[in-house]
Ligand binder design. Structure first.
Ligand code: 26V
Length: 793
């Protein structure tokens, strides 16, 4: 940790304000102060960063390369100050300079270079790899526009461009010298018996490095994001002919590659630009990896001793064929040896079982964009057939499609799922034949970084934890177990309650300011935040909300436990059904919140534009964590872990990592309901499962009738006819079948919440037993089981 004094820090900030920003303090804006502070903090990361790099070079330590199309990093300033042990000093110094630290922190744009879970996991992993001293590079794309900004127009989602890069990004270092040519298209020729790719297009990938510092600044790694640039800046011939717009075409074309993140993480579409982005990232990364490896003076056959490459889902699965191409075409290695080396280096993480999200490319598109890789893939497929004799329906290229899951599986020495249940389903349902031929599936249950998701976002609670068990739990999260003996003490529970309440009061203020809704901090804050998807069943939650509303109206005098239902999340722009659910939630909010008879008994709020920063605000203030996906569909979930750490019990199904949360926290501290993954499959065999469930449930009938009659769409009763029809007749995610069980579980929640002592104990035990879900534990698992390396600390 840096021993920088407050006076030093202040001098650094003022120096940057003057010499980097060119501003005189009396004229500096919030932006200027943020930049000055960020640069002063960044200066402090550089030392551990260089030291870590130097140490890795000198010891010849193996390195991990994490390839991901998404890194959902969020804001970096406060996180960096915390890991450097400078947070409180920074706050104090800024106050001395007349600046509000919180305002400065919140002025930073939220870097949303990812869709959801997969991208946020990559960001948590970067921080944990730095914390545990795992030498690593993250490789991704420096999207000019991250995930769209969400707004609501009369309850409907609208999408606006996100522009985090319109301001200067103080954390990155541009590396014009680290640039690689990325080729596309063209054809393959035979020359002297060798296959030679003659590309039709090229672009440049230029590196931008962001240092990622771990807890106490003991280690720092690099997040290297690639920006696309034209290999030829300008078409001078066209310019001279007076065609000025066309002259700039190469530039426009190239930049398109790193222009925008694909916002649809639910349905796979075989778009050429997406394939090009995937290859752009992967080829740049692999060229960089081989360059660094060669600079270390090693022979290529020793690559697996020095290099572990992790593919975050199949998006970078072209890494297999690309590595073979580089080894064979550019370094003269034989195919068989190249295969062996590539497989020893590569690992593949699967993050979804949803068939519609599994990547497959038409061989026509693939062969057109990457003709040489298409040849190599066919060769790999043939090699696999001849070596393992799989059944005829198993393979990489089938029905004129390249299946990226199979490609990734075959090219990796280890394949992993992201929770115990999910890994099991990957084995049994996704790759049963391949796993039978050559077993390689392991489990690495996800985790989240407790520095951001507890220490930073929940100061009242993390302060209490430190006061109770002492410092150091941040990097040794199992120590939260030491809270358990205190959970019996009234004084501790009271302090725990106080911390939660402080967060709820703060959130209530924010909701009043930003959503125009008044909520009582005494109400139970019931939170469901995640991408909107049918399988995540936000619909189940809003139907229960309507049932509650209906019941309150029927019996307003009953002793209701007041609730605030909080929703957050974006729908993919083309996902019509998800957008309809958003609209319904907003419509229900309008009706419920303006019903004077309901008052504080029920409120519904849906702040727009859920992102990492909003998660940091909502999760610490949550009383109840909604994790209600159809069993068998949520690979793991990571939001569920964040809620648990912050002392919010889960209402949830036996899905993803909920299973392990339940196991850790104990059934008495978890509101379990719903069909299991096996029962889901059984139930679907009855074609009338939804109808049967609806007819057996009066509350559900009432709810569906209210919606159908236009109770929430007064001017337009037909607005939700399709939605209601789908529940009756096409309820693939079993909302109806699980409805009554969910209602009952919610009633249990009310009873438990009304018993203050019982609730506080449950909440505190959730925090105390969340140690397993630190991403430090996850990373140590990958290091031991997949990457084969030890900490360099
Ligand atoms: C798929 C696609 C399809 C092609 C176009 C762009 C795109 C972008 C992302 C995805 C994959 C989404 C998979 C995903 O995010 N899975 C989530 O991973 C989390 C971390 O392992 C896990 O906690 C969630 O349960 C899982 O849904």
């Amino acid at each position: 940790m840096t021993d920088l004094t407050a006076a030093d820090l202040k001098a650094d900030i003022l120096r940057h304000l003057t010499f980097t920003l060119g501003k005189d303090a009396p004229h500096a804006s919030l932006y200027d102060w943020r930049m000055a502070l960020s640069f002063a903090i960044r200066d402090r990361i550089v030392d551990p960063w260089f030291a870590s790099t130097r140490k890795t070079w000198e010891s010849g330590h193996k390195r991990v390369y994490y390839l991901s199309m998404e890194f959902l990093i969020g804001r970096l300033l406060e996180d960096a100050t915390i890991n450097l042990g400078l947070r409180d000093k920074a706050e104090q110094v800024m106050a001395e300079l007349g600046q509000d630290f919180r305002a400065i922190v919140e002025d930073e744009p939220d870097a949303a270079l990812g869709n959801g879970g997969l991208g946020r996991l990559a960001a948590c992993f970067m921080e944990s790899m730095a914390t545990v001293g795992c030498p690593a590079y993250g490789y991704g794309i420096r999207y000019e526009h991250g995930l769209f900004r969400q707004g609501f127009d009369q309850g409907r989602q609208i999408e606006m461009p996100e522009d985090w890069l319109t301001q200067r990004h103080p954390w990155e270092f541009e590396r014009p010298e680290a640039a690689y040519t990325i080729a596309f298209k063209g054809h393959v020729e035979k020359r002297d018996g060798r296959d030679v790719w003659v590309p039709g297009e090229t672009v440049l990938a230029e590196a931008f490095d962001t240092p990622v510092v771990g807890w106490e600044g003991r280690w720092a790694n690099t997040l290297r994001l690639w920006g696309a640039k034209p290999t030829r800046l300008f078409d001078l011939d066209r310019f001279n002919r007076g065609d000025y717009a066309a002259a700039a075409e190469p530039e426009t074309l190239a930049r398109t590659l790193s222009r925008v993140l694909y916002p649809d993480d639910t349905t796979y579409q075989g778009k050429e630009l997406r394939l090009k982005q995937e290859y752009f990232l992967t080829s740049a990364a692999l060229q960089d990896i081989l360059r660094r490896f060669k600079a270390g003076g090693h022979a290529l056959r020793d690559l697996p001793d020095h290099v572990a490459i992790q593919m975050n889902d199949t998006h970078p699965a072209i890494a297999g064929p690309e590595l073979i191409r580089l080894l064979v075409d550019e370094n003269g290695m034989e195919f068989a040896e190249a295969m062996e080396i590539a497989r020893a280096c590569l690992g593949y993480t699967n993050h979804t079982l949803l068939p519609e999200a599994l990547e497959r490319w038409a061989t026509f598109t693939f062969g057109n964009v990457l003709p040489r890789h298409m040849q190599i893939i066919e060769k790999i497929d043939a090699w696999h057939r001849e070596t393992y004799h799989p059944p005829h329906w198993v393979g990489i290229v089938k029905h004129h499609e390249v299946r990226m899951g199979e490609l990734a599986f075959i090219m990796a020495h280890k394949v992993n799922g992201v929770s115990a249940l999910h890994s099991d389903l990957v084995k049994k349902n996704l790759f049963p034949e391949l796993e039978g031929l050559h077993p390689r599936i392991v489990n690495e249950t996800n985790g989240v970084t407790p520095r951001r998701w507890l220490k930073m976002c929940n100061r009242p609670l993390s302060g209490l934890i430190t006061d109770t068990i002492g410092a150091g739990w941040e990097a040794d999260l199992d120590r939260l177990k030491e809270l358990e003996p205190h959970v019996k003490k009234k004084t501790f529970l009271k302090a725990f309650d106080g911390a939660k309440r402080a967060n709820k009061v703060a959130l209530a203020g924010w909701i009043a300011d930003h959503c125009g809704v008044t909520v009582s901090p005494d109400a139970l804050f019931d939170v469901q935040v995640k991408r909107i998807h049918e399988y995540k069943r936000q619909l189940l939650n809003i139907l229960e909300t309507i049932a509650r509303y209906h019941a309150i109206k029927a019996d307003p005098q009953k002793d209701w436990v007041p609730r605030v239902k909080i929703f957050g999340g974006k729908a993919a722009p083309g996902y019509v059904v998800a957008k309809e659910i958003i609209h319904l939630i907003n419509d229900v909010a309008t009706v419920v919140n303006s019903d004077p008879e309901v008052g504080d008994r029920l409120k519904v709020v849906y702040p727009p534009n859920y992102n990492v920063s909003l998660a940091e605000r909502l999760i610490p203030a949550a009383d109840l964590s909604e994790q209600i996906s159809t069993a068998g569909k949520e690979a793991s979930g990571t939001g569920n872990m964040k809620f648990m750490m912050n002392g919010a019990p889960t209402i949830g199904t036996l899905d993803g990592a909920n299973v392990e949360i339940l196991q850790e926290v104990g059934a008495e501290n978890f509101f379990l309901f719903g069909l299991t993954a096996e029962q889901v499959i059984e139930r679907r065999k009855n074609p009338d499962h939804a109808r049967d469930a609806i007819l057996a449930s009066q509350p559900l009938q009432d709810v569906l009738q209210m919606i159908a009659e236009g109770a929430f769409s007064p001017g337009e009763p037909g607005r939700y006819h399709q939605l209601v029809h789908r529940v009756w007749h096409h309820d693939y995610f079993l909302v109806a079948a699980d409805f009554d069980a969910y209602l009952a579980a919610q009633a249990e929640v009310d009873i438990a919440y009304a018993d203050r002592a019982r609730w506080l104990k449950m909440a505190a035990l959730n925090t105390a037993r969340s140690g397993f879900f630190s991403s430090d534990r996850t990373i140590r698992g990958y290091m031991a089981d997949i990457w084969g390396l030890e900490s360099a600390l």
